[in-house]
Design a protein around this ligand. Sequence first.
Ligand code: SF4
Ligand code: SF4
Length: 379
Amino acid sequence: MTTDVSIVRCESYEIDLVRRAVEESIELIGGVERFVKRGERLLLKPNMLAAKEVSAAVTTNPAIVRAVAEIVKDAGGIPVIGDSPGMGSALKVGKKCGIFEVAEELAIEFTPLSTPVDVEASEGAIFKRLEIAKEALEVDGIINLPKFKTHAQMFLTMGVKNIFGCVPGKRKLQWHFSAGIDSTHFAGMILDLYLYLRPRLTIMDAIISLEGNGPMSGDPRQTNFIAASPEAIALDRVMIELVGRKVAEVPIIQNAEWRGIKAAKLENIKIRGAGIDDFWIKDFKVPPTLHTNFANSLPNFLEKRLRKSITSRPQIKQSQCTKCGLCIKVCPLDIINRIEGSIYINHTDCIRCFCCQEMCPWKAIDIKEGWLKKILPGL
Ligand code: SF4
Ligand code: SF4
């Protein structure tokens, strides 16, 4: 059996155009009746990473959220908009990026995903127990609304990663801490969370995507489409193809492949609407690949020792740093310090979670390739 992924052209965030494109993307994968039943309360989960202007392309565009909320309402469902931003309150982020205004105008509930509850993970999960926002569990289903962006640690952030926003605020740092320097381990944890919450529909905002130093400091790039699928793993797999990258570079999808999840394989995906060739994103600027297939070619003990020399690391651009101190607050290991007024990272203990790079509001943290990877680029 194949999993459907639809791709529909949409070249601007003009409200009517977006509504038509979203409708078509849903129609191509079974129609709204497949995903919305009368009277159901459905959480619309956009990417609300941080309080940024819409033009920064860091958050899901409000036009997408509006279109989906209207479609759910028209089908008799009750949409609720919610997220747990990486930094700052959901309300503050929602107001800045225009999503709160959509909730107000359509008179729908806006709920921060902020109350942690402890749940037992599915069998085989890395964490035996997961802490998830109660608000994400108390709905009848989730409609996932990611933004297509690059991500220092996960290489690309797409449908599966967007569900990490259902872990309340600071609890996210604990996940990074538990995963340590192993991005594969962290990817596995995110996949566990996704499989537990299992959104029924994912609609990706790729009208303007974010390339380069994502997920917050990248450059907006017009990519002109909306993609949808009942299975975010399949949608993410198609996006990897669209930017001409390899599954081995995207730890979440690689992990899904390792687990034998069929939707992670292109041969099990049916693309509807446009084809991959119609939306090929040429030379999409990506961060340096973090993880390698080193473990397959070297003994475990050696691989562990060399990991830090291979893995890219965060680097503060002192000339751009405003000394705001936000990175100090978000570092799960407390290893960023202010010394004589300047900000420094203790790289020896750094686990390369890139929370600091993700949250720096001034684009002052770069990703520097590991020295060993630089001299041995084939790794
Ligand atoms: S968050 Fe960015 S600008 Fe602020 S202190 Fe850290 S590196 Fe500097
Ligand atoms: S310095 Fe940055 S990358 Fe290193 S552990 Fe702290 S937040 Fe993570």
